[in-house]
Ligand binder design. Structure first.
Ligand code: ZN
Length: 417
């Protein structure tokens, strides 16, 4: 086993650990450890809500989820000799749930969760149609996930970190704040908000304290969006075997990561759409000196995806175009066409006995593929979602006899304001 350079004690909260991570981006957050280029090491990760979501049959915890506390990130890890302009070359050697044999209280100890976030608290891709909070608990058996709340479905997970990235420089951080503030000010009262401002409340910034903490917390960026440093990209294909190249913006690169997912569909559409869990990740790190310029990787990561994906080869695909449900024509709106494709799939699965919320959860958590199929044929863009037919216990393909019905399972827990 590689050396553990960031360990977590399951009995303690994230900020009470021996080494304290962080939940905001700021270049002043001090590294918790330094590694050399060529090093291999293990990092433990807490699930993104630090234990606030429980393995039970109520969605009240998702409704009340403390969004000011996310994401619990492990790091930063400094890489010796890395300087702005370099590329960090990161291999995911292994990644999995918390290595502990009995099922404890934390997500990752044999189970994980998917949430539909309430419109009042986070929202999601289809929040206008799903304004209330719901939750599904998933159980892990080896590589396979099943849920007592979503009957008739089982699939092989594509375990990956939802969030990895390097620290921003202070100039880059200020650019983020400037452009995200400008967007938010176009509609300051919108629910959910257009972007999230810096928020000192519940900020964790490693060992920073006193006025250094206050200064950094006042401008440290929230971790929800993906940005130039990578961040919360939620790319399901960053599985074991992936190699990722991150731009370096500060001396040491200061890599951080977290938000491990047992599985996720493209788009992570319910917002907490993946199967969230805590776990471990084994990494190998190297540096390409001057790599940002050499390869033209100026802003944002590139990667070689892992190659141990599940062998699903039969798909049922749904398409959507950029026309609203009310029949209004929009111009090449790819976001809308992807929404319509997802709603199309949900309408379809409902005919087989799944509730609309169960179908929404399946799209968020199972390894579905989402594609922009056409983006040039004015006025309609076309998006498609591909569902692997092998994940369903019943045959979900259309046939002359009509749809089979899925049975069993508990009602999916709901909570509303
Ligand atoms: Zn996540």
């Amino acid at each position: 086993m590689p050396e553990v350079i960031f360990g977590l004690d399951s009995t303690k909260k994230f900020k009470d650990q021996d080494k304290v991570g962080h939940n905001r981006w700021h270049p002043a957050v001090p590294p918790v450890a330094t590694v050399k280029p060529g090093a291999t090491f293990r990092v433990h990760c807490r699930e993104w809500f630090d234990g606030a979501i429980h393995n039970d049959d109520s969605a009240d915890d998702v409704r009340d989820a403390p969004l000011s506390t996310v994401h619990a990130l492990s790091g930063p890890f400094a890489v010796q000799g890395a300087e702005p302009g370099d590329l960090l070359m990161l291999d995911i050697l292994d990644v999995g749930p918390i290595p502990q044999e009995d099922s404890g209280p934390l997500a990752g100890q044999g189970w994980g969760y998917t949430g539909i976030f309430a419109k009042q608290n986070g929202g999601g891709f289809l929040t206008d149609w799903f304004p209330d909070a719901y939750k599904a608990i998933w159980d892990f058996s080896g590589q396979v996930a099943t849920s007592r709340h979503v009957p008739g479905v089982s699939f092989t997970g594509m375990v990956h970190p939802g969030l990895m990235g390097t620290a921003p420089s202070i100039e880059l951080l200020r650019r983020w704040n400037q452009r995200e503030t400008a967007l938010r000010e176009t509609d300051p009262n919108r629910v959910p908000p257009l972007s999230l401002p810096p928020l000192p409340q519940d900020a964790i910034l490693g060992t920073l304290s006193g006025s250094a903490f206050d200064d950094a917390a006042a401008e440290a960026a929230r971790t929800a969006p993906p940005r130039e440093n990578g961040g919360n990209q939620d790319i399901k294909n960053l599985t074991k075997g992936s190699r990722i190249f991150y731009p370096v913006f500060v001396s040491g690169a200061n890599l951080s990561l977290g938000d491990l997912h047992f599985s996720q569909g493209d788009g992570e559409i319910t917002f907490c759409g993946a199967i969230e869990m805590g776990g471990f990740i084994d990494l190998h790190v190297d540096v390409i000196k001057g790599g940002m310029k050499t390869y033209g990787v100026g802003e944002n990561a590139i990667f070689l995806p892992g190659n141990n994906n599940p062998q699903y080869c039969n798909w049922l695909a749904f398409s959507g175009v950029s026309v609203t449900l009310d029949g209004e024509q929009r111009y090449l709106d790819a976001q809308l066409s992807f929404q319509r494709a997802c709603l199309h799939a949900i309408d379809y699965l409902e005919k087989f006995g799944w509730s609309r919320e169960q179908a929404y959860m399946i799209l968020g958590a199972a390894p579905i593929e989402g594609r922009f199929s056409g983006v040039v044929d004015i006025p309609n863009s076309c998006a498609t979602v591909y569902l692997p037919t092998e994940i369903f216990d019943i045959d979900v393909r259309p046939n002359p006899q009509g749809p089979a019905k899925v049975t069993g399972g508990k009602a999916i827990p709901k909570s509303s304001f």
